[in-house]
Design a protein around this ligand. Structure first.
Ligand code: FES
Length: 293
């Protein structure tokens, strides 16, 4: 990272005013915040100023943003100088932000930086044809595809000195370029393709679906059997002139209750003051409780 200062006076415009369309847009941004909190819109306003000024934020634009939001110029300047997303000097048509943080450095960012220096020139200067400028920045959040750069709004990843040089050349000559990984890799998958979750049934819903289908067809079958049994009982009752006897539907075996589990029979131990439950024929008798005197 380098010290971030405003561009020298000779490149600074005398004044800056937002266009009518941008004024409308700004009103909408400021309206998002409660009264007295308009300063919260400082980043969107600086971003819009940079867009309007052609890719950088002149001093006059910083002052205009301060006036719009009722902030001191110094406070707006602090924000504009803190975030590398704001250029403080004119940038090239293709503004290259090179990530130099540890994961990218370990994967060869220094070699990419050397390409920037060779092809574009010193950091924060614009090439003679106005096409390029570059800046080293901190992590851009694409470490798994390191090393990488951001050029204008797009990421270019998995760079090597060769593919990065070719990329810059294609941009310079207006040829189509591939955004994202510059090697045969989809997103941030491993090289050679994904290695996990390959069984489609794990995520296409078929496992769940088949269980639902099984359960629903079983329920339908049981309902049909019950209806047939009912009809048979009704027909037989009509023949004999008696009331149809409804057969109880089969029910699931009852679960042992916690009370039963708590009994001595279940737990195998005697409860103080109680007579143990009998098993077998006597099991239906209620246990007698001895009172301690
Ligand atoms: S370290 Fe380079 S993108 Fe995170």
């Amino acid at each position: 990272m380098s010290v971030r200062r405003l561009a020298p006076d000779h490149v600074q415009p005398d004044s800056f005013a937002f266009t009518a369309a941008n004024e409308n847009w700004i009103d909408g941004q400021i309206a998002k915040y409660p009264t007295g909190r308009q300063a919260s819109a400082v980043i969107p306003l600086l971003w819009k100023a940079q867009e309007q000024a052609g890719g950088w934020v002149p001093r006059a634009a910083i002052e205009e943003v301060g006036r719009k939001l009722g902030m001191s110029y110094m406070r707006v300047l602090e924000i504009a100088t803190f975030y590398t997303m704001f250029n403080l000097a004119p940038a090239g048509e293709f503004f290259v932000q090179l990530c130099g943080t540890t994961p990218c450095a370990l994967r060869g960012a220094e070699a990419i930086k050397a390409v920037c220096q060779d092809v574009i020139g010193p950091q924060s200067t614009v090439t003679a044809d106005g096409k390029f400028s570059w800046l080293e920045v901190e992590c851009l959040g694409a470490c798994c595809n390191a090393p990488m750069v951001q050029i204008n709004q797009d990421y270019y990843e998995d760079l090597t000195p060769e593919n990065f040089t070719a990329l810059l050349d294609n941009l310079r000559h207006g040829r189509p370029v591939r955004i994202g990984p510059q090697v045969e890799r989809s997103g941030s998958e491993p090289l050679g393709g994904g290695e996990t979750l390959k069984d489609a049934s794990l995520f296409d819903g078929s496992m769940t679906q088949s269980k639902w289908q099984e359960r629903i067809s079983r329920q339908r079958e049981e309902a049909a059997q019950a209806a047939a049994a009912k009809a048979e009982a009704a027909a037989s009752a009509e023949k004999t002139g008696t009331e149809p006897v409804s057969r109880p539907a089969p029910s699931a075996p009852s679960q042992p209750t916690s009370a039963a589990q708590d009994t001595p029979a279940a737990g195998g131990g005697a409860v103080k003051g109680s007579v143990p439950l009998e098993t077998g024929a006597g099991a239906a008798r209620m246990p007698e409780t001895k009172r301690e005197v």
